[in-house]
Write a protein that binds this ligand. Structure first.
Ligand code: SF4
Length: 219
């Protein structure tokens, strides 16, 4: 596997190709950002950004959403996947914000994950993007690239990927690494057709795979 120094080097090389990256979800408040992240599960940020202006205008504050029925939310989000369930989660999440946190988005994993529709990845993204709290959310791109580059074991779970990357990378790089790996996954290391021939990380990928296979041979 790639060691800590090499893992950091890979993230730095990604940054040379894509120097400025950040979340592509557009929101004006932590509450709206939280809504957007919940909505982005199993759909694209672009699809969420298309529906969010009207949704945010209708539900400006957590109280507005907490007092609504899911059926009132559905017309605003019906172009994205799983909208029935997402409408329920949004309303329940807003109710939790109002009843448990005085309408404020909390700033810890534990508190965020106590809200409906909020798992570890959503909490990581909200902490990082809204409050600048170091976190390394593992989505499908991050997980795939960490494995292809042999930054983590091939059979690592999402939780193990997160823990391994956090150990290998300095804390101040966690948010940046998350962004760079996502953009890398969208543009270079695509799920079905990675552009290996033009990839500046090809030498690292080959080295990582070589070490991985030599370990497997010894087992
Ligand atoms: Fe992805 Fe291929 Fe680049 Fe490795 S060499 S990071 S598999 S695109």
């Amino acid at each position: 596997m790639l060691d800590a120094k090499e893992t950091l080097q890979a993230i730095q090389i990604m940054g040379k190709t894509y120097p400025t990256t950040g979340s592509s979800l557009v929101a004006d408040t932590p509450f709206h950002f939280l809504m957007a992240v919940i909505l982005s599960a199993q759909t694209t940020d672009k699809a969420v950004n298309q529906i969010s202006p009207a949704l945010f205008a209708r539900f400006k504050q957590p109280e507005d959403l907490a007092n609504a029925k899911p059926s009132e939310v559905e017309p605003y989000i019906q172009t994205i996947g799983l909208y029935h369930n997402k409408a329920k989660y949004l309303v329940a999440c807003a109710q939790g914000l109002v009843t448990q946190f005085d309408g404020q988005v909390p700033k810890t994993h534990k508190e965020l994950m106590s809200l409906a529709g909020v798992g570890r990845k959503t909490a990581d993204v909200v902490l990082a993007e809204c409050f600048g709290i170091p976190a390394l959310a593992v989505d499908t791109h991050v997980g795939r690239i960490a494995k292809r580059l042999a930054m983590v074991k091939e059979d690592a779970t999402v939780n193990q990927i997160e823990q391994t990357l956090m150990k290998k990378l300095p804390k101040e790089m966690w948010i940046t690494a998350h962004h760079r790996m996502i953009i890398w996954g969208r543009n270079q290391c695509l799920a079905r057709a990675p552009k290996c021939q033009t990839c500046p990380l090809l030498f690292m990928c080959q080295e990582g795979q070589k070490r991985k296979h030599s370990i497997m041979r010894r087992m």
